[in-house]
Design a protein around this ligand. Structure first.
Ligand code: HEC
Length: 441
């Protein structure tokens, strides 16, 4: 496999860094969650945009708002937001913060909303009877465990986005082993298996998709863009989307022959023309073969029918709601976490109808939804609540599973095909030492 060109310059000026303990290390029996902090901010579109821009890498909580136990002053907020916009503002190489993010205005809004207020301590309810959560520390505490894949025998594969490594946790083991990826600074993110059992990875910074076959061979293809997600279809194609593509916004696929095709997506009406893009996000293949994608900043979901080469474009019902890592159930219904809208949004393409189901906790910040294929239960990982929710679409009931750690930005959920176990990847930067968790419901 040819070595891809290495891209010069630090892509993440902020990473990897050793996590350092929060400065407000006041021991509290039940420290407030990020969701409790967010609840202090006034609801509305401005708050929703703040949640999109400012809880992408780390939670928003005491570490940000209460350094050394003292409320952060306006000038300190302005300085911090100026740094953040320098890392990931609309004109940087990792433009996930919106173009309108103004440090001085953000500082005024935060100091007006927070003043000297701090949320009350919140103790967790116990786990549902019989349930357990076990955490496994990643070998490098400053890694960002992005996605997980649980193989047939129960082996867990984890992409280490900041260490450039693929990690493996054998069934029953507590320590990880490394699976070297033969691409320099591989920056692995999404991982999925195709129907044949070969694993596919997004290698973000090298702009490649890689395949690691069952017999241990690696191949990779230049896809010409920093991909975010990948999705194998039933015809052997593997679809991807360009995280920072804007004009044009693009999806594409790799064929079994290795041929790469890209397709332009209908332009976003407001965000196509300037910096700070729609931010293509999740990508999934529906049972009818259509490809669906969400836009984190653009608030749209977009369907592509490869047979007819036609698009379906829909805005989410709530503006600035941030459709994030959605999934599609066996009937073709999309279940979308509205990250900033704090809702589970159901979209049925057959009826062309949206339904908004509020989360059971205020400002939970739902990040990822995955449908358990054997039970149909929806599992929802959050960025704010330090909890995972299970939603039964038949009874419409949520069950809450509090996590043992504060600071768990749950970016991905995967199921063990051989048991009822649900695996979670917590990724935050900066945050608590990197870890994944096994939830046995
Ligand atoms: C691209 C990732 C990223 C985004 C997006 C981001 N941050 Fe940060 N943030 C960091 C990193 C990394 C640090 C630690 C290094 C530093 O303080 O510069 C940090 C630190 C901070 C701190 C200092 C507290 C600490 O951890 O020491 C504050 C306050 C903060 N961020 C607020 C914000 C706000 C408000 C936004 C939205 C405008 C935001 N962050 C968006 C990555 C991010």
């Amino acid at each position: 496999m040819p070595a891809p060109p290495s891209r010069s310059g630090p892509f993440w000026p902020w990473a990897p860094r050793r996590p350092r303990p929060a400065r407000s290390a006041r021991p509290a029996p039940c420290p407030a969650r990020s969701s409790d902090w967010l609840t202090l901010l006034p609801d509305g579109a401005e708050k929703r945009q703040f949640i999109i821009d400012c809880t992408n890498c780390h939670q928003f909580g005491a570490r940000q708002a209460l350094p050394d136990g003292v409320p952060r002053a306006g000038a300190e907020w302005e300085a911090a937001v100026t740094r953040m916009v320098g890392y990931a503002g609309a004109t940087t190489r990792f433009p996930i913060i919106s173009a309108g993010r103004d440090p001085a205005a953000t500082a005024r809004w935060l100091t007006a909303a927070l003043g000297a207020r701090t949320p009350a301590a919140t103790c967790d309810a116990p786990l549902p009877a019989g349930a357990t959560v076990t955490e496994f520390l990643m070998p490098d505490s400053s890694d960002l465990p992005h996605d997980l894949l649980i193989e047939a025998g129960g082996r867990v594969l984890v992409t280490g986005m900041f260490t450039h490594r693929l990690w493996s946790l054998a069934p029953g083991a507590t320590a990880f082993t490394e699976i070297p990826i033969p691409v320099e600074r591989a920056n692995p993110r999404a991982i999925e298996a195709d129907d044949a059992g070969d694993r596919w990875l997004v290698l973000g910074n090298p702009h490649r998709l890689a395949r690691w076959t069952r017999d241990g061979r690696w191949d990779s293809w230049d896809v010409g863009m920093y991909a975010h997600s990948l999705a194998p279809d039933r015809q052997g194609r593997v679809w991807f989307n360009g995280h920072f593509t804007r004009a044009p916004e693009q999806i594409g696929y790799v064929e079994p022959s290795g041929r790469v095709t890209t397709i332009d997506v209908p332009a976003h009406p407001a965000l196509a023309s300037g910096p700070g893009g729609p931010i293509p996000y999740e990508l999934r293949v529906a049972p009818d073969g259509r490809i669906w994608m969400s836009e984190l900043q653009g608030n749209r979901i977009i369907g592509y029918d490869p047979a007819r080469r036609t698009f379906t474009v829909r805005d989410l019902p709530t503006p600035v709601s941030a459709p994030r890592r959605f999934d599609i159930d066996a009937r073709g219904v999309l279940w979308i976490p509205a990250y900033a809208g704090n809702a589970l949004v159901r979209y049925d393409p057959a009826a062309d109808r949206f339904e908004t189901i509020p989360m059971p906790v205020r400002d939970a910040v739902p990040y990822v939804v995955r449908v358990q294929p054997r039970t149909g239960t929806l599992w929802i990982g959050t960025s704010g609540a330090d909890a995972v929710f299970a939603f039964d679409p038949a009874t419409r009931q949520f069950t809450t599973y509090p996590l043992p750690s504060r600071g768990a930005v749950v970016r991905h959920i995967a199921f063990d095909p051989g048991s009822r176990d649900v695996w979670l990847a917590y990724g935050a930067s900066p945050g608590i030492p990197a870890r994944i968790a096994r939830l046995s419901p």
